[in-house]
Design a protein around this ligand. Structure first.
Ligand code: NAP
Length: 255
């Protein structure tokens, strides 16, 4: 198995929402680099499947089933990781939801749910992991935002766009605050990626045609292409990079 970043071997990663899509690709890419990976997801079936895929490649996985918007679940996720492997070197805040609702019709409960799963979770997981990283004097956090956090998203995603913009703001503040402990914090803003989250929209020919017009590279992204950027940011090649939010979107948004 060829490793791009030998310095990551045996380091410990936590990836949230790693049962499918981008999170699964990140967890597998981390395992390919020899990292030991806590695979979090709210869905026990998909979480177990990612854990099995890592073990099938002779990697080490710990499956954690939990809701990252809940403080007790997050505390357990980090405690189990430290109890098993003694440290946390990389946290990837990936779990997210993208409900479709107009501002005129959306319930406050749905707004709160999106904020809890997409943004509160990033705070909770960062706090719990950074407390461990502080004692180590090192660590990397990568937050998965979206181009929707920086540019005009699909319609009827106001809560999603607000939560993803919030991640970019939180990332910068966390980078500034946690640098004193040797912790780097960056965000990744994917464009349209082929995952279950975009499955419905991808079946709409008008939407596909619009995307092909808007994306200079004329194709959608693969989860592995997001994972590649996350692993770069985790590596020593990125050791002077913190507080940034990088697009991986085929050129869809240029700012
Ligand atoms: P996905 O296919 O829907 O996968 C997300 C995973 O997170 C699912 O396994 C989901 O489980 C899990 N999850 C949801 N709520 C959770 C919670 N409270 N606690 C723990 N796990 C939870 O999404 P994806 O496309 O891979 O997206 C991953 C991240 O990238 C998200 O933050 C998303 O906003 C962001 N992103 C995606 C795209 C894209 O085009 N795909 C673009 C920009 C940004 P269940 O399915 O069982 O709920």
């Amino acid at each position: 198995m060829s490793r791009r970043y030998p310095e990551l071997a045996d380091k410990v990663a936590i990836v949230t929402g790693a049962g499918q899509g981008i999170g699964r690709a990140i967890a597998l890419a981390a395992a390919r680099e020899g990292m030991r990976v806590t695979v979090n997801d709210i869905n026990p079936t998909t979480a177990a499947a990612t854990g099995e895929a890592i073990q099938a490649m002779d990697g080490q996985a710990h499956v954690h089933v939990g809701d990252v918007s809940q403080e007790a679940d997050v505390a357990r996720m980090v405690e189990e990781t430290v109890a098993r492997w003694g440290r946390v070197d990389l946290l990837v805040n990936n779990a997210g939801i993208e409900p479709v609702a107009s501002i005129l019709e959306m319930s406050p409960e749905l707004w709160d749910q999106v904020m809890a799963v997409n943004l509160r979770s990033v705070f909770l997981c960062t706090q719990a992991a950074a407390r461990v990283m502080r004692t180590q004097g090192s660590g990397v956090i990568v937050n998965i935002s979206s181009i929707a956090g920086k540019a005009i998203p699909l319609p009827f995603r106001s809560a999603y766009a607000a939560s993803k913009a919030g991640i970019v703001g939180f990332t910068k503040e966390a980078a500034r605050e946690l640098a004193a402990y040797g912790i780097r914090v960056n965000a990744v803003c994917p464009g349209v990626i082929v995952t279950p989250m975009t499955a419905k929209a991808r079946q709409d020919p008008a939407m596909m045609e619009k995307w092909m017009r808007e994306i200079p590279l004329r194709r959608l992204g693969e989860p592995e292409e997001v994972a590649a950027l996350v692993l770069f940011l985790a590596s020593d090649d990125a050791k002077y990079i913190t507080g940034q939010a990088y697009h991986v979107d085929g050129g869809k948004v240029m700012v």
